[in-house]
Design a protein around this ligand. Sequence first.
Ligand code: NAP
Length: 315
Amino acid sequence: MQNIYDVIIIGCGPAGLSAGLYSARAKMKTLILEKGKTGGQIVTTNEVANYPGSIKDATGPSLTARMVEQAEEFGAERKIDSVISVDLNEKIKVVKCERGEYKAKTVIIATGATPKKLGVPGEVELTGKGVSYCATCDADFFTDLEVFVIGGGDSAVEEAIYLTKFARKVTVVHRRDSLRAAKSIQDKAFKNDKIEWVWNSEVHEIKGDGIIEAMVLKNRETGELTEYKAHEDDGTFGVFPFIGYLPLSDIFKDIIDMDNGGYIITDSDMKTNLNGVFAAGDIRQKSLRQVVTAVSDGAIAAVQAEKYIESTFDE
Ligand code: NAP
């Protein structure tokens, strides 16, 4: 069958790249579709300390670059194209993108998740002008300035620690009075003199004309509003919301089974409810979203795709 891939992988984060590596290494004709930003969320992470065997000081971008290299070494093809719609019910699956249409015997969905937004006035207008969802990308802009990190999970606390390498002061604003982050990460943060804490508070508004000039916080217990103004000498500060992620599964809505949060439901072989369609990585309903679980999902999905092809297609 000409011009028909064995496997199309949608998404180029650790799950997609791992699936690509395993699929191409099994000599399957493999296409990895990426929207434009290779690596997914991991490229926004400066330190990858908990990926077993990663070299000391490995960063998200460096780990991604090696994953891409490996997948390509085995023959995986990569295309930058944005998926518009999919037709996954037939034996040959069709993936329609902005630049073209691709066909495959199997599809692995590895679209991952995107940072949740605060949804407060000023956030959209000031994104890229002080509001950032990527400390690795933007920390440098805040050298010797103040920054606020919003959230109390692993991401918020880890990124707050990272930001202390650049910023003069990092204030973590959390909506409760205790953190969700792992104890080991909390301990490190509580020992860091550059980090201050604002508890039981949420962002009410971010203000500024072209750059952030002030932010209003609301105390959830008292309802009191407090305005933080940029220091006169600084003129601005940074706001880094790390309040969780949303699955990028909209195009599969009403096509593939998902939970109420929009995460795709699979079995332990990464099979979705549709034959020949698998999901891997953060897009799946799962208990642990980490690089190590994403790459594991990708490998399983690729091996299962191969088994599915062997049992379904007579060549
Ligand atoms: P998360 O664990 O879902 O934590 C989100 C945090 O943001 C929570 O503290 C939550 O408050 C707060 N929050 C949610 N919505 C909010 C809102 N509208 N306004 C203010 N605060 C809000 O998300 P995450 O930290 O990004 O982590 C996602 C997953 O990746 C987790 O499974 C995490 O373990 C994993 N991760 C692991 C590592 C690591 O192992 N090194 C690093 C990063 C991420 P509440 O606590 O009150 O709900």
